[in-house]
Design a protein around this ligand. Structure first.
Ligand SMILES: [Zn+2]
Length: 130
């Protein structure tokens, strides 16, 4: 995948992420003025989101999604984005465009769903089989 695409996916992921966190925190304002010092960093946000989740403010599905989004952003940084975590083949960009935080290719995902239905939290924009 070329760099331009990665940048696109990354900004897509970041906006999903801030939407998820924004729903909880309204805005980053309170955080930026908070006593936590430097924040803009993913793990801090995730830690806060985790706390919120414990408080029941972030739903289980949002929480799962947030984790996937964070993971995808990490993968972009690591140069591993768009690789299926199961079979290590490239995930089609068309699929990433729909669910940019997906960890698995379509094939692995449907097999997992067949085998054990629980593991994957599906996006509401669930992909379509071709
Ligand atoms: Zn796969």
């Amino acid at each position: 995948m070329n760099k331009k695409k990665l940048v696109q996916f990354r900004s897509q992921l970041e906006s999903i992420r801030s939407e998820l966190l924004g729903g909880v925190e309204k805005s980053n304002q309170s955080v930026k003025n908070g006593e936590l010092g430097q924040i803009a960093d993913i793990s801090d946000d995730a830690a806060r989101a985790y706390n919120r989740q414990l408080e029941g403010e972030l739903g289980e599905q949002e929480w799962q999604k947030l984790k996937q989004v964070d993971l995808a952003i990490e993968k972009i940084s690591a140069g591993e984005y768009g690789i299926c975590a199961q079979c290590e083949s490239a995930i089609p960009e068309a699929r990433l465009a729909v669910v940019p935080y997906t960890e698995f290719c379509t094939q692995c995902l449907s097999e997992m769903e067949k085998n054990h239905k629980t593991i994957i939290v599906n996006d509401e924009n669930s992909f379509e089989e071709n």
